[in-house]
Design a protein around this ligand. Structure first.
Ligand SMILES: C[S@@+](CC[C@H](N)C(=O)[O-])C[C@H]1O[C@@H](n2cnc3c(N)ncnc32)[C@H](O)[C@@H]1O
Length: 278
């Protein structure tokens, strides 16, 4: 396994490192380190050359974990209607897995843009995360009806810096101007967590868009379609770099002919050069 220098025990003499080779993470004194970008030799390695990776992995606030609750009974005792259909059950399981993957990166007050069926919001809240959810409409099948704040879809109704983190979970491509929404996220938050599907070719884009339409229609999940808003692989990385953001964590998994990707993005620590800003 090729590890960045900071993983060498001699560089961290006080840490008692416990590696989980192949799992993509390890813990040291209870702190979780993410290393997928360095250790995956599979399809995600293909993308790992596109980004501007941090020099070494860094500790995350590993305070949250997503409880494995049943679909019907919550820890509080509240009964939640189980997902109604097979496709909703599929989305439920997918979002539970994504909640588990992103919850470690969330801290403080979290704005979640897009509520969908409410599953991901619910899993994050179950993990003890303080989430405000924002949407342009309420899906008829949402499990948390009445919980999402509705707005005009363009300007977040919050003051600058009101949130520590902003989450977009497969939402940006359902908006007419995704880059404008990211700018809103920079305005109200600091760490931005983006889950997006990206395509590599026209064939892959057609597969992604048709599958997106079909799954959301079947699940009764609101999902306006904007052909131009889907991202080609590599485009988001370039956009973040041009806007003075750095990707501090990245994960990609292949799905059919396209990718499901996670970006954790923060303001750049160093002063920007003119060429990067321009
Ligand atoms: C396919 S769903 C994905 C939701 C995701 N699974 C989740 O729970 O975060 C897309 C959602 O984005 C919402 N949406 C679309 N445009 C939006 C916008 N401009 N701002 C916030 N939400 C938006 C839709 O109404 C829908 O609820």
């Amino acid at each position: 396994m090729n590890l960045p220098p900071c993983f060498c025990p001699e560089n961290s003499p006080t840490l008692n490192l416990a590696f989980q080779v192949g799992d993509g993470w390890f813990t040291a004194r209870g702190v979780r380190f993410e290393v997928e970008a360095y250790t995956h030799a599979g399809p995600s390695a293909r993308d790992s050359v596109q980004g501007d990776w941090p020099a070494c992995a860094r500790p995350w606030r590993a305070t949250h974990s997503v409880p494995m609750t049943s679909a019907t009974r919550e820890p509080s005792g509240v009964i939640v209607e189980p997902p109604l259909s097979r496709i909703q059950h599929y989305i439920w399981n997918q979002e539970r897995a994504w909640a588990d993957r992103i919850s470690h990166f969330l801290f403080g007050k979290v704005l979640k843009v897009g509520n969908g069926l409410g599953y991901l919001t619910k899993f994050l809240q179950d993990a003890g995360i303080d989430v405000v959810t924002l949407d342009i409409s309420e899906s008829s099948a949402a499990v948390n009806r009445g919980a999402a704040l509705l707005y005009d879809g363009e300007v977040f109704p919050f003051k600058d810096g009101a949130f520590s983190c902003v989450v977009f979970a497969f939402v940006l491509h359902h908006t007419p101007n995704p880059l404008r929404l990211l700018e809103e996220a920079y305005r109200v938050g600091s760490r931005i967590v983006v889950l997006e599907e990206t395509y590599d070719s026209i064939f892959s884009k057609v597969d992604l868009v048709t599958r997106d339409i079909y799954v959301n229609w079947l699940a009764h999940q609101d999902a306006p379609i904007f052909w131009e808003s889907y991202f080609r692989s590599g485009a988001l990385e370039r956009y973040f770099a041009q806007n003075g953001r750095r990707v501090v964590h990245y994960y990609a998994e292949p799905k059919r002919t396209y990718w499901k990707k996670l970006y954790v993005v923060e303001p750049h620590a160093e002063p920007l050069t003119a060429s990067v800003v321009g």
